[in-house]
Design a protein around this ligand. Structure first.
Ligand code: NAD
Ligand code: UGA
Length: 461
């Protein structure tokens, strides 16, 4: 076993592999870190000299990449070479929900993980530590081990689980000062080798070591608990709307109890992102596969409530606008699943738009970081209507005031800070009357908007 790691490879240059390896390289100048991906366009973007053109938008990422890239951080499409040369290989490929066959719509699709394992097994000529960085079903390490150990070429593989807890939009801050780093494994020397990598900047007491299965499962459970808090407060938001309670006041009041805590209690149009739904559905699928139906049903409610919240927001818009939005213009502020990212995977905006387009609304979208190409891809991906119709009904603009001019209603879908700074008085003048604002993020100052003459609706009020 390579006791001292000198070369690291990471397979997958996505939202996790890119930022994580950039920080590992930044903090370990003596380690050579190579991030590889099959997607040549993505790698080219990671190598762009202009760091504002990196493939993902993440505050602080550009500076880290500039510091380490070319020194000890490399981005490449040469997957084989990186594998052959590395002592330690992180697998950070995507693990989406299966869209076919057994477990369709729930189980994690592990085809990319298995491909990586087979490739590592086939071409390795020296011992390796293989690190699961992707989020995986509990006991995946068993599958990996079986593939890696059956090559017959005498190479030793040690498998570790090292799930990633960064959140998008704050990835660099999260990586620089993680609440904890989790490392699961069986072999103490392999565990220690990875502990050393993190110990360059993470206080030793924040590096937790467990057995493999606890580590794999903890990642799914962490996301399930986080998403459950959002669904819990969103469930209460509906009750607030009919009782006169205000969900922000309720969240603040309960959050002051140190046992509950104040974070992650912001009511919204629904959680999005590539992971919460995927990971909970995966947990549900695993529980069912062990015949734990009550456990599965319990966690499934978190996703069902989230779907309800998105539908409820779209229906609120329709009902408030006199039960028809046909031909009416609705401006969407935001398309990303949260602020400070260009990621739109599972964004609530996609589903709210789809619902309104079914009612033949006209939507004008402005998001400071998301491209028109991405927005149409998200909508076309649902397959609800022909692509040409999506383009006829929905337009994307790059100037917010253009999005808001002459519209019947504004819907806030993402909590970008800049939306708060707009000249809402000017916007009101240029809108149709009554001027509706539907705030899916409780972002704007409702009382001020009401004074300006808007008809203001916010989640949970
Ligand atoms: P991503 O889709 O952004 O990136 C994955 C990359 O892997 C893609 O660029 C893809 O081309 C590449 N890839 C797939 N198979 C490959 C192969 N065989 N060889 C080389 N490259 C290959 O995904 P992501 O958001 O970075 O997520 C990766 C994993 O991390 C997932 O399991 C996810 O659940 C987990 N995770 C994500 C986040 C997040 O915030 N996005 C946070 C924690 C954990
Ligand atoms: C989440 C977790 O926070 C990370 O720890 C985890 O590593 C990651 O998933 C993952 O495994 O992918 P992320 O999805 O990037 O991170 O972003 P979050 O900040 O968790 O937000 C997720 C969604 O919940 C967003 O749509 C956000 O707007 C929504 N949310 C969050 C709320 O509606 N209310 C809240 O109080 C918090």
């Amino acid at each position: 076993i390579p006791m001292e790691v000198k070369k690291i490879a990471c397979i997958g240059a996505g939202y996790v592999g890119g930022p994580t390896m950039s920080v590992i390289a930044q903090k370990n100048p003596d380690l050579q870190v190579t991030v590889v991906d099959l997607n040549a366009e993505r790698i080219a973007a990671w190598n762009n000299q202009d760091v504002s053109k990196l493939p993902i938008y993440e505050p602080g990422l550009g500076a880290v990449v500039e510091e380490a890239r070319g020194r000890n951080l490399f981005f490449s499409t040469d997957v084989e070479r990186a594998i052959v040369e590395a002592d330690m290989i992180f697998i950070s490929v995507n693990t989406p929900t299966k869209t076919y066959g057994k477990g369709k719509g729930q189980a994690a699709d592990l085809k990319f993980i298995e491909l990586c394992a087979r490739q590592i097994a086939a071409i390795s000529t020296t011992d390796k530590i293989v690190v699961e960085k992707s989020t995986l079903p509990v006991r995946t390490a068993e599958t990996l081990k079986s593939i890696l150990d059956n090559t017959g070429n005498g190479v030793n593989f040690h498998i570790l689980s090292n799930p990633e807890f960064l959140a998008e939009g704050t990835a660099i801050a999260d990586l620089h000062a993680p609440d904890r780093v989790l490392i699961g494994g069986e072999n103490t020397e392999a565990i220690n080798a990875l502990v050393q990598v993190y110990a360059s900047w993470v206080p030793r007491e924040r590096i937790l070591t467990t057995n493999l299965w606890s580590s794999e499962l903890s990642k799914l459970v962490a996301n399930a608990f986080l998403a459950q808090r959002v669904s819990s407060i969103n469930a209460i938001s509906e009750l607030c709307e009919v009782t006169g309670a205000n969900v922000d006041e309720v969240a603040h009041a309960i959050g002051q109890d140190s046992r509950i805590g104040s974070k992650f209690l912001k009511a919204s149009v629904g959680f999005g992102g590539s992971c919460f739904q995927k990971d909970i559905l995966n947990l549900v699928y695993i529980a069912r596969s062990y015949h734990l139906h009550k456990v599965a049903d319990y966690w499934e409610q978190v996703v069902l409530l989230n779907d309800h919240q998105k539908t409820r927001f779209a229906e609120k818009i329709i009902n408030t606008m006199y039960n028809t939005v046909n031909g009416k213009q609705i401006a969407f502020l935001g398309w990303a699943f949260k602020k400070d990212t260009n990621d739109t995977r599972e964004s609530a905006a996609i589903y709210v738009a789809d619902h309104l387009l079914d009612e033949q609304a006209n939507i004008i979208v402005y998001d400071p970081q998301v491209t028109a190409e991405q927005i149409y891809k998200d909508l076309d991906g649902l397959g609800s209507r022909p692509p040409a119709q999506n383009r006829a009904l929905l337009t994307v603009v790059s100037d917010p005031y253009q999005a808001l001019s002459g519209v019947h209603a504004v819907a806030v879908l993402t909590e970008w800070d800049e939306f708060k700074t707009y000249d809402w008085s000017l916007i009101k003048q240029n809108m149709k009357r009554p001027a509706f604002v539907f705030d899916g993020r409780k972002l704007l100052h409702g009382a001020t908007l009401q004074t300006l003459g808007f008809t203001y609706y916010a989640i949970g009020e």
